[in-house]
Design a protein around this ligand. Structure first.
Ligand code: ADP
Ligand code: SF4
Length: 691
């Protein structure tokens, strides 16, 4: 198949200073939790995007000097020559597929606490370090010598980057992560010298460093400016009108403008809070100011929307971070006329949670993310089957769907049995909740792939038991039967059942997702799960005109959602919806008309009137089928059954990403030799120096 002609425009080359992007698909810098700790893994991950057809593939932020580093976060480093081999390896992996390699040089300034190097952080002014964690230290206001030093460090880093083979070298002023943004923003820049005050003064360092970089490497490498169009705090911070002026004044200085929103949580908003192309209002009009190409993001997964961005003169290059993680092969699929095969990002920010927990980023849609090097997984391909075994997958949620899909790709004969008439399991249910419709893409992608496979058969309305499974005579069985929310209150605050008196109206998330609603108009949602579900249900009930009280033993609503950069947005939404929020309190016990709360700090109990109670607590795996089958192990040989595995929520409830991963792992490991106690992945260990 070939691409449809209306997408031809996406495959036009774009000149970026001295280099040329072969098409308009541009993987903007993105973190991934691999960085300097896993250099070969991150190189391979980027290389695969080259294979997938991206014209430009960038690094994550690369710390240019040891006086500004962001421990505990794991990005890349270019502190001195010893960091060069890792970066060279990445540039080479990108070049293998004729893609251009971009490097985002970063000096974090106010955003780097320097916990590793113990250097005093530098910034435009004497101000507290602007990290997520209220770190008890300040940046020192830079003097002129410091500014000269920074210019030299940046120049040296650019020269090293060029030697490593990078084609596009970034001057970074975005996301609140760069000192150049700190100088630009009135928030942080309180200086009275020629680097503070007027816009011309505040942008002086950006201009100087861009010119230095051009002078140092601009003959063969393009120099890009990545700039925050808006900090979304009004005129006290960087805002669009001001940045338009910056761009106008420096229009032709860089070879490319990369436009973003600040902070990072505004740039990488989840689908719960924004649609695709949400940054359009912030970038529209920039193209008129400069002849240089413009790249911008917007969680673009729809080729028609991409075309519109180009045709309407908003962007020249389609920037993507998350869409390129969820599907590193988007360009190739469009080029080959396989639009339906695109595995669309669901906008959940589980990838971000990897970076923020300093672990290799997972992706809900692409379970190969982070495993490309250490396990040899590929987002598109998987080795052919090793035997003629026939496989039964029980349950068509995220785990079962992915297991069936990946085994199908391997060429096995697969039966997928689903108790209901619908594919998707929890994803089918959860995607009907407020703000979560894009999550249905986890099911949609897999359902479409399965439908094309002649070796995978789907059986609906098939709630199987152990006896039936033994009769069928499959060689291997995966139990992917999911989990249910508990009704007894067990989770973090209660490790034993919560005292719930007779006559209390108790509902679980499963009840609400099945369409049941409380009879009482007053509802308390006790969220002891701390991720999204409690807040989504509070939102659902508030929109259904219930009087909702949200109770959490945490200091805030949906505490874990900090890792998906949504916490503050979720809390704001509940406040706007009129939900009463009670923090630092657990529901200790409940009786008709009365809820007892317990203070997280003092243990003191208080009572308040209450209606219905929604318990968002732990879940119980549906592992009975697994237990029944293992109890009958003596019958396996006669039935021809060789193995039974529990996967996904049926094994241990977790995120959707964890379930998808479990499905993929089952498929990858089927018919592989037992490795005993050996590590199931490769890892890189630092070289020991003498002395
Ligand atoms: P996971 O997240 O691990 O994929 P889900 O709860 O999303 O789990 O999906 C489990 C799926 O398994 C649901 O669609 C459910 O209807 C189905 N299921 C549960 N028990 C059985 C069974 N005994 N036979 C067939 N399907 C089952
Ligand atoms: Fe998109 Fe979620 Fe994957 Fe991130 S983890 S790339 S947001 S699907």
């Amino acid at each position: 198949m070939t691409r449809e002609s209306r997408y031809d425009i996406l495959f036009e080359p774009v000149k970026i200073g001295p280099v040329t992007a072969k098409n308009r698909f541009y993987q903007v810098p993105h973190c991934n939790g691999l960085g300097y700790r896993d250099p070969s893994a991150v190189a391979r991950m980027r290389g695969i995007k080259g294979e997938g057809g991206w014209a430009v593939i960038c690094t994550e932020q690369v710390e240019i000097h040891h006086t500004s580093e962001i421990t505990p976060f794991i990005e890349l480093r270019l502190w001195d020559d010893r960091d060069m081999p890792a970066l060279t390896k990445m540039a080479e992996a990108i070049h293998e597929h004729d893609a251009l390699a971009g490097i985002e040089l970063a000096y974090n300034g106010m955003n780097g606490a320097n916990f590793y190097t113990r250097e005093v952080p530098l910034g435009p002014s004497h101000l507290p370090i602007a990290t997520f964690t209220y770190d008890p230290l300040q940046a020192r206001a830079m003097d002129h010598q410091d500014i000269r030093n920074l210019r030299r460090w940046h120049k040296n880093a650019a020269i090293r980057a060029k030697k490593c083979g990078f084609d596009i070298i970034y001057v970074y002023a975005a996301h609140g992560f760069s000192i150049l943004q700190h100088f630009l923003s009135r928030q942080f820049n309180h200086r009275t010298d020629e680097y503070g005050g007027s816009l011309e003064n505040r942008m002086r360092l950006l201009r100087e460093i861009t010119e230095d970089t051009k002078e140092a490497v601009g003959d063969t490498s393009a120099v890009a400016i990545r700039i925050a169009m808006d900090e979304l705090i009004g005129t006290e911070g960087i805002h669009k009108a001001e940045v338009m002026e910056v761009i106008e004044r420096m229009a032709e200085v860089p070879d490319l403008w990369d436009l973003t929103l600040s902070d990072w949580s505004n740039d990488s908003r989840t689908s719960r809070f924004t649609e695709e192309a949400a940054e359009e209002p912030f970038v529209i009009g920039v193209k008129k100011l400069t002849s240089k190409p413009i790249v911008g993001v917007g969680r673009f997964t729809s080729p028609d929307l991409m075309v519109r961005q180009i045709k309407s003169g908003i962007l020249d290059l389609i920037g993507a971070a998350r869409p390129s993680i969820a599907d590193p092969f988007i360009p190739k699929k469009i080029e080959e006329g396989r639009i339906e095969d695109i595995r669309e990002c669901i906008g959940c920010n589980i990838c971000v949670s990897g970076d923020l927990t300093m672990s290799p980023s997972r992706c809900t849609q692409n379970p190969a993310m982070g495993e490309e090097w250490r396990k040899g997984w590929h987002p598109e391909y998987i080795r052919p089957k090793d035997s003629d075994s026939r496989i039964l997958i029980v349950g068509a949620g995220p785990a079962g769907l992915e297991a069936a899909r990946a085994l199908g790709v391997r060429g096995y004969e697969v039966a997928l049995a689903e108790a209901t008439r619908e594919l998707g399991g929890r994803v089918a249910r959860e995607s009907k909740l407020p703000g979560l419709s894009a999550w249905g893409r986890v099911r949609d992608y897999r359902a479409y792939q399965l439908q094309k496979m002649t070796n995978v058969e789907i059986f609906y309305d098939s709630a199987l038991d152990a006896a039936q499974i033994l009769e069928f005579g499959y060689d291997h069985v995966a139990i992917a039967t999911g989990a249910s929310w508990r009704r007894d209150g067990i989770a973090h605050a209660h490790l034993k059942p919560m005292p719930i008196a007779e006559g209390v109206e108790v509902l679980t998330p499963d009840d609400l997702m099945a369409g049941k609603r409380p009879m009482a108009r007053e509802v308390t949602v006790f969220d002891d799960d701390h991720y999204y579900m409690g807040s989504v249900l509070a939102e659902l009930l508030a929109k259904d005109n219930y009087k909702v009280t949200f109770v959490t033993a945490s200091v805030e609503v949906s505490n874990w959602s900090r890792n998906t950069m949504e916490q503050h947005k979720i809390q704001a939404r509940l406040i706007e919806l009129g939900v009463e929020i009670i923090t630092n309190q657990a529901v200790a016990a409940v009786a008709p008309g009365e809820i007892t709360l317990r203070c997280s700090y003092t243990g003191r109990e208080t009572s308040r009137a209450g209606g219905a109670l929604v318990l968002v607590t732990a879940r119980l795996p549906h592992d009975q089928l697994y237990l029944d089958l293992t109890a009958r192990q003596s019958d396996w040989a006669d039935a021809g059954l060789k193995s039974v595995k529990g996967i996904g929520d049926a094994w241990a409830p977790g995120t959707i990403a964890i379930a998808v991963y479990a499905g993929r792992r089952f498929a990858e490991e089927l018919d592989t030799p037992d490795i005993g106690d050996a590590l199931p992945f490769r890892r890189e260990i630092a070289e020991l120096l003498q002395g």
